[in-house]
Unconditional design. Sequence first.
Length: 282
Amino acid sequence: MKAYTYLIGWKSLDKWYYGVRMATGCNPNELMKTYFTSSSAVHLLIEDFGKPDVIMIRKEFESADAAYNWESRVLRKMKVASLPKWINRHENYPFSPFCSPEFKKMLVKIHGVEYTSQIPEVSSRVSAKLKGRMAVFDKDSQSMIYIPKEDYLNNKNRYLHPSSYEYRNLSGNYEKQTKESKNYQGLTVVYDKFTQKSTKIQKEEFRANKDRYISINSKEYNALRETPRIKNTSAIGKEMVVDKVDKKVLQLPTTQRREFPERYVHINSREGKMIIAGLQST
């Protein structure tokens, strides 16, 4: 690995991006050849205007930590999060900048909204560009990218689905999940009559001490806790709908909603959500 920081930009657009690359096996020679940054905004600009006319390797490092710390220092010194010409939207804050009050204030000042997804041009462009695409891990560039679904289906040897075993194993998520599952393997949740508390014990111990432990799904446990489970049958065959005439949310039989589609729509339908949003705004 040869970690490095870089600067790319489009002079005619006055758009710039300062980033860091510290993946396994990375090398400065890959920039804008096989590696095109991890920024979806940069990818969109490349699609629309071609590769940037300014491509510079700013500094090389022997460790990922040194590279990341240097990038953070530069981003904060240049105040990239507050200047529209920078594609970078954060400065490597210790906590997520998208949740911080300072970041929201900056967006309100520049764009009049609190979240980047609410910026009209961002929302429309991203929706249009990502339509029919999916996020995958590219083994060649060692980064997450968006590609058409057909490309993924035809090149599964190169692209990994984020939920696949191979990707989770590569990112360390699989080992973490496996370790957590092993910690609870062979355990069951029971109620201890002596301590009068619920606890996790080995199944063998539960079977050997049924005079002390009872299953939390048993009738004995429900009677002991005085919380018998009652099956709710009042909502069977019913669903939440929006009454377009009275502008109300109601629970009605499914057959009634289907019988009067001009008046009732499902609460999760596009039309239902729009009506509810209008009611909330008023």
